[in-house]
Design a binder for this molecule. Sequence first.
Ligand SMILES: [Zn+2]
Length: 487
Amino acid sequence: MSGRLRVGRLTAVFARALVLALAGCTASTGPRPNVLIVVIDTLRADRVSCYGYERPTTPHIDALCARGVRFENASSTSSWTVPAHASLFTGLFPILHGATQEHVRLTGSASTLAEILGAHGYATFAASDNPLVGPRTGLDRGFDTFVETWRDNEERDPDPYLHPNLGAVTRFLAGLEPDRPFFVFANYIEPHGPYAPPEPHRSQFLSPDTDPALVRSTLRRNAAGYYLDPGSISAREFAVLNDLYDGEVARVDALVGALVDSLERSGHADDTLLVITSDHGENIGDHGHFRHVFSLYRTTVRIPLILILPDGRRAGEVRSEPVGLVDLFATVLRQCGIEPPTGAISGRDILGDPGEHPIFAEYYYPLQVLDLFSPDALEAKREIFEPYLHRLRSVEAGDWRFVWSSSGRHALFDLARDPEELRNLAGTPDSAEIEHRLRALLDGFVERAGGEPPLPAELQSNSGRPAAFDDLDSESARRLRELGYIR
Ligand SMILES: [Zn+2]
């Protein structure tokens, strides 16, 4: 028994050394803070009060802002959950980690934050309320324990203290080995559609005279119906959807407040690096879109990013340079005294390396959305879907943003004059020089990554469409249907 135990320990030690060697990391020295990363799925930066929103949606997050460093111009690497989380965990853009709309799984050899922190002695734990963040997509890699809280329907109640993420994380903190640092990741899905917050948040931002029948009909709206029949959601319904979305933001704000209370009660708050962010934003009628599909507008890639450092260091600091979700990997490792792998990652330490850098985002061929529609419906509505059957890649530098499309329908926005991206200047003579310059930045980005990745074989040969989601267990299928991913 003891022999087996020793072999087991040696295997674990060897595995950790191997992860460190493969990742090219050096051993940590100095203090090792705990890390708690909270991803609020589908949270637009411009709906958070401390990011300038006029509605008081986020009192708890606002209070955290005052205690930490707020990055007011942060972006995700994509407008979708899987590529964004894979970038958060690997420090790589989608073109390098390969978990995209075309290949819905992290399968590459890149080391993850959980693997590296685990190899440095951290206890690693995740609670995910999104079925697309977990074992199904390979995003559980490296965590000692990964709890799919979305499978837990018992601990759900309007009372935030009964949310399954809170229960899971609180139990983990209570069972910690003394003096062992931890890395906890939690995904909250509340702002993701359908927007149906419980009271008191459901009514919080609805006008009191809103017709209850209108609210009921609006709650039945989904992306599939909208794209099959554009115009089917009225301006009044989009107004209600926006009010309900804000209610979901207020609801998740209370949940995050409860989680931070639990961290404080555990006694670990002062030696924990707390990160509050999101994986992507949302279109709620913006740009003729609904939900976070088919596009890379800033409504879908701008995210909040707040870092609360141990012992209240740098409290109240606001940073305006453009930064990305992809930067968290290097930033968190440095905070833990671990030198990030050199040359192998896309991100940088944004707490230690200020400066202007272009911001990139990517959207791959939308296989994950097309699963929503029957082949007959896609064929019958070909003229609607055809413009969306493309890859997109965006770059933002200074006041300009360029969105390349594999279909050739590019877009260029002058953010100083047009922050809402309403006037496409691509192809206009006055903007030719800036368009050329931004396109060269994107070309360099692709070249450094080894070139444009090939399309899935089925799409290249026109022999059909590979399924984005296959082998679903019944619970996963039910939840993905509720979230609007499959028929
Ligand atoms: Zn998401």
